[in-house]
Design a binder for this molecule. Structure first.
Ligand SMILES: [Cu+2]
Length: 101
């Protein structure tokens, strides 16, 4: 009886922790892109990061929308990847969208 409840508790814990291990989508601001080839370089750099499943880079918006598994990589690793490729990037704060310059 006791053992079973411990097992049940472990199972619940496993479910909870896998719920935290979520696929996240973040928007990175990449202000250093100045021509149409830049987004391709940025996309390639982000695609190479393990755990990244989807990358969409917009030259017009100067941003990269990245979908990744946060158990395999982090926003910091993504920023480092673009930096390695020659572009500084930073996480766009939610709500910064549509902000006038
Ligand atoms: Cu360029």
């Amino acid at each position: 009886m006791m053992k079973k409840s411990i097992l049940a508790a472990l199972l619940v814990f496993a479910c909870v922790s896998s719920a935290f291990a979520a696929v996240r989508t973040v928007t990175l601001s990449v202000p250093g892109m100045y021509c149409a080839v830049c987004p391709i370089t940025v996309k390639k750099a982000l695609d190479k990061v393990p755990g990244v499943s989807k990358v969409h880079v917009s030259f017009e918006k100067k941003e990269a929308v990245v979908t990744f598994d946060d158990t395999k990589t982090s926003v910091k690793a993504l920023e480092e990847a673009t930096f390695e490729a020659g572009y500084e990037s930073s996480l766009k704060a939610p709500g910064a969208e549509g902000k006038t310059k």
